[in-house]
Design a binder for this molecule. Sequence first.
Ligand SMILES: [Fe+2]
Length: 205
Amino acid sequence: MKIVEPTSTQIVLPSGELMGASGRYSKRVSELAGCYADHGAFQALVALRGDEIAYVVDQFAPKTTEGDLIFGTSTLEPGDVAGEFFMTRGHLHKKADRSEIYQCIAGRGVMLMETLEGRVAAIELVPGHIVYVPPYWIHRSVNVGPEKLVTLFCYPADAGQDYEIIAAAGGMASLIVSDGRGGWRQAPNLRYVGRADRTKPGSVE
Ligand SMILES: [Fe+2]
């Protein structure tokens, strides 16, 4: 058995950078095709800002085996596509019985969650608040404020991520959109076909 040394780290604000992270990946605006309901508005945004970073994930992953933990930060830029707020691509854990927590460090967001049957939960994230994502819930974070949304996440190291499950259903059942008064609301996603019947009109090929 290999003994890993204890360590500590810190989050740099306002950037959200995790000091000493063992890995980092980022998504540009142009890489989020298919996430947003208004395709035309998304294309217009890509033409203007396609190369800009939409979000960055820093992580500390000592191992990816059962019993360990992976933690890190997700930093999501503010913005919207025709009123639909910027979001992460979202996923279900490959080992779907693995849970996760997210703590909001800075900014204002929503953790949008959905069961495989299409039941939705949307919980607000403000600094200090922690959202528990139970096993079997698909999850994505959404930035509903004017600043960067920085969250600290932690999940079992062997969880893995299935990023295709959202696209295969035409997105998540709810969109998180502006309420026109500086806040947010859920709106039905008209492209959503669910996971039980993918033969409905509008299903994603
Ligand atoms: Fe996760």
